[in-house]
Ligand binder design. Structure first.
Ligand SMILES: Cc1cc2nc3c(=O)[nH]c(=O)nc-3n(C[C@H](O)[C@H](O)[C@H](O)COP(=O)(O)O)c2cc1C
Length: 321
C-alpha cells in the first residue's frame, strides 16, 4: 500500500507505531519496523543513556528505519537527545510537545526528518511553518495526553490546512484496518497507532496493563489530570474517580506527576516485574478504541492485518451499491 508517507519514510506500509512513553521500547519498535511499518521509540520515560541503548537494541534486531518520540520539555536534554538519536541512526524525530526550531534545524542538517504531534489545525500550521516534514493529527479519542477535537473532524481540517505541503498522519482511536481505510479516505497518508500496539507481546508494560486493556469497554476511559496534571486519557479507576470528586487536590504539571509516582499510582517505564502495582489506582493510558481489543496479537502481525483489512474495506466500499 503506497502513499506519500511510505515514500517519505522509505517503508512498505503506511502504519506507524506510536512512540508511547513507558511502552514503546526496542522489542515493539523493531517488530513494527521489521514488518514494514514504522516503529517509534517512546523516549519520554528513558534516561539519555537508556535512549542510546534502546536505539542500539532496535538496530540489533532490524535494519529497517525507525523513529524516536521525545516529549521532554527540558531544553538542554532535548538537544542532547536529538543529537543522540541522529548519531545513533534514527531516521525521524517525533516532537511530542511543541515545535523546537533548533532541534528541527539540527535534524535537517543531518538528514533526519521531523514529525510533530498536533491536536489542532493551528498547531499543524505552526509545525509546518517551523519546517516539520510531516504532521500527526491526534484526535481526543487517543490514549495518553490528548486534546479536545475528535479524529473524524480533526484529520480533514488538518489535511485541508497543510497536506499541500506535507503528509498528514491520522491518530486517535484507530485500532484496525477499517480505521486505516477511513484515515486514507479523509486524506491522511497513513496512521499512527498507540493503544492497539500496547496489547502485543512485545510492548513493555507494568503489571495488569494488558489485562486492563482486554477487559475495558469503549466507554471505560476518562480524560483525567490525576496522573500528570495535564489532560490524559486513561482507563477509569478508583484514582481517577477520586480526583474527579476532588479536583482541588490535583496539582499542576509536573508536580502532579511527582505526586502520582510518589503515591505509587504511576510506575513510569516499569515492566512486568514491578511490584506493588494496584490496577485500581495505576495509570494505564488508553484510547477509546480499547473496547475493540480482546486479545494480544504480535505487533508485526498487526501491521499486516491493518493493511489487509484496509484493502478489503476499501474494495468492499467501492463495490457497495
Ligand atoms: C501509554 C501511552 C503513552 C504515550 N506517550 C506518548 C509520548 O510519550 N509522546 C507522544 O507524543 N505521544 C504519546 N502518546 C500518544 C500516542 O503517541 C498516540 O498519539 C496515541 O496513542 C494514539 O491514539 P490511540 O491510543 O487511540 O491509538 C502516548 C499514548 C499512550 C497510550
Amino acid at each position: 500500500m503506497k502513499t506519500r508517507l511510505t515514500e517519505l519514510l522509505g517503508i512498505e506500509h503506511p502504519v506507524m507505531g506510536a512512540g508511547m512513553g513507558g511502552v514503546s521500547y526496542h522489542r515493539l519498535v523493531a517488530a513494527v519496523s521489521a514488518a514494514g511499518g514504522f516503529g517509534c521509540l517512546g523516549a519520554s520515560t528513558m534516561s539519555s543513556e537508556q535512549l542510546v541503548d534502546e536505539i542500539r537494541a532496535v538496530k540489533a534486531i532490524t535494519a529497517e528505519p525507525f523513529g524516536v518520540d521525545l516529549l521532554t520539555a527540558l531544553p538542554d536534554r532535548l538537544m542532547t537527545d536529538v543529537d543522540a538519536l541522529i548519531r545513533e541512526g534514527a531516521s525521524v524525530f517525533v516532537a511530542g510537545l511543541g515545535v523546537p526550531r533548533d532541534a528541527i534545524e539540527l535534524c535537517h542538517e543531518r538528514g533526519v526528518l521531523v514529525a510533530s504531534m498536533c491536536g489542532k489545525v493551528r498547531h499543524a500550521v505552526a509545525a509546518v511553518e517551523a519546517g516539520c516534514d510531516l504532521v500527526i493529527a491526534q484526535g481526543t479519542e487517543a490514549g495518553g495526553h490528548t486534546g479536545q477535537v475528535a479524529t473524524m473532524p480533526l484529520v480533514p481540517q488538518v489535511v485541508d490546512a497543510v497536506a499541500g505541503r506535507v503528509p498528514v498522519v491520522a491518530a486517535g482511536g484507530i485500532v484496525d484496518g477499517r480505521g486505516l481505510a477511513a484515515a486514507l479516505v479523509l486524506g491522511a497518508a497513513g496512521v499512527w497507532v498507540g493503544t492497539r500496539f500496547i496489547a502485543t507481546p512485545e510492548a513493555r508494560s507494568a503489571p495488569g496493563y494488558k489485562d486492563a486493556l482486554l477487559r475495558t469497554a469503549e466507554d471505560g476511559t476518562v480524560i483525567s489530570r490525576a496522573y500528570s496534571g495535564k489532560p490524559m486519557r486513561t482507563i477509569r479507576n478508583d484514582w481517577t474517580d477520586y480526583h474527579e470528586r476532588h479536583p482541588e487536590e490535583i496539582q499542576p504539571f509536573p508536580q502532579q506527576l511527582v505526586a502520582a509516582v510518589g503515591a505509587g499510582a504511576l510506575h513510569l517505564g516499569a515492566d512486568e516485574t514491578a511490584e506493588d502495582v494496584d490496577p485500581d489506582r495505576e495509570g494505564y493510558p488508553a484510547g477509546q478504541g480499547v473496547g475493540a481489543i480482546d486479545t494480544l496479537v504480535p505487533a508485526g502481525e498487526l501491521v499486516t492485518r491493518f493493511v489487509e483489512e484496509a484493502e478489503a474495506a476499501l474494495a468492499g466500499w467501492s463495490s457497495a451499491p
